[in-house]
Design a protein around this ligand. Structure first.
Ligand code: FDA
Length: 304
């Protein structure tokens, strides 16, 4: 009960426009620096280098979402392009994750698609991969449509499917061969479209992971849940699915010991490393997922 209230509270805070705006001016506060790798490209590349040295590969995300101003969407696109260039120049093992609402999806679909095309062209030239993070249900359909459009010219783009949606298994049928990240789902969604209880979400999560793996498609299992991870390892062994056909992913600052242990077992572990001034919504969603993470915020408050 307390957990549910806390989850809803942090999800509510994550959408608060005034706090989101204010936080951009504060710099990393409330302990966010433990899960956000700085505000500049230079800082994030440095963090990625350190993670690479431990055998972890990465994907970086320039934080920002629900942008309503074309200039901001263009600025975010430029930063994504510069990030891909910095990845290439520094030689780090790292790809890029993006959010379509940061690139203008809520302003104008064609602006967003053009911004994605600019990013994908640089990714192609630098031999890199771009993952479109999946946002809330109101953007789900459009994201899948845009992905299909982009993949006609750029095979170096993929997206994410969230196991809490009833439709996840059906959607996967149209995504055979597409490199997907599979997750449980981070947004607050209605019971009309999404499972609400943990057992059902976990069950559907394992089902979609197996479904995508069995089609031979490259699959990223993005979860901090050791029970799920062990079940996936077991399933892959039993079905002779090679370690080159899948990877595990976790967020920067979460279960670093488990991340390294998985690497030591010969699996690929990709760390999702967010950076940028727009850290507030991301940080609040992490607090909503796991109330224990509130200790990050409290430590942050008292260590200033
Ligand atoms: P969950 O939170 O369900 O925890 C299950 C169990 O794992 C816990 O009960 C506990 O035992 C253990 N555990 C979890 N976290 C722990 C910790 N920090 N320390 C110790 N034990 C812990 N969502 C989305 O909607 N769109 C997206 O694009 C993405 N992208 C994405 C990328 C990556 C790399 C990750 C890891 C996650 C996402 N997500 C996401 C978020 C995802 O949907 C989900 O909300 C969170 O990962 C939380 O679910 P988990 O599967 O991690 O475990």
């Amino acid at each position: 009960m307390v957990e549910k209230i806390s989850k809803n509270f942090f999800l509510y805070l994550s959408k608060n426009k005034v706090l989101n705006k204010g936080a951009k001016k504060w710099g990393l506060k409330l302990g966010a620096s433990q899960v956000v790798a700085g505000t500049t490209i230079h800082q994030v590349i440095k963090v990625v280098k350190g993670l690479n040295q431990k055998g972890l590969v990465c994907t970086v995300d320039h934080l920002g979402e629900f942008v309503m101003n074309p200039a901001e969407a263009t600025e975010a696109t430029d930063i994504c392009v510069q990030t891909l260039e910095a990845i290439a120049v520094s030689g780090v093992n790292c790809n890029l994750s993006v959010k379509l609402t940061q690139l203008g999806l809520d302003i104008d679909r064609s602006l967003c698609v053009n911004n994605m095309l600019k990013i994908l062209e640089v990714a192609k030239k630098t031999n890199n991969f771009v993952r479109i993070d999946m946002e809330d249900y109101s953007h789900y359909e459009q994201t899948l449509e845009i992905l299909a459009e982009l993949r006609q010219s750029y095979p170096n783009v993929g997206t994410v499917i969230q196991a809490y949606f009833y439709r996840a298994q059906d959607d996967l049928k149209n995504l055979k061969g597409v490199p997907l990240r599979l997750v449980k789902g981070a947004y607050k969604e209605s019971g009309e479209v999404a499972y609400q209880n943990k057992e059902e979400i976990d069950e559907n999560y394992l089902t979609i992971i197996k479904q995508h793996l069995l089609t031979g498609s490259y699959t990223a299992i993005a979860s901090h849940d050791h029970v799920i991870i062990e079940k996936v390892k077991q399933f892959c062994k039993e079905n002779n699915i090679p370690k080159t056909q899948f990877e595990f992913q976790m967020l920067y600052g979460f279960r670093a010991d488990v991340q390294e242990e998985i690497v030591s077992q010969g699996y690929t572990m990709r760390v999702y490393v967010p950076f940028g001034k727009d850290w507030y919504g991301y940080f609040m969603r992490r607090l909503a997922e796991r109330p224990q993470n509130v200790s990050f915020a409290l430590r942050g408050l008292f260590s200033k």
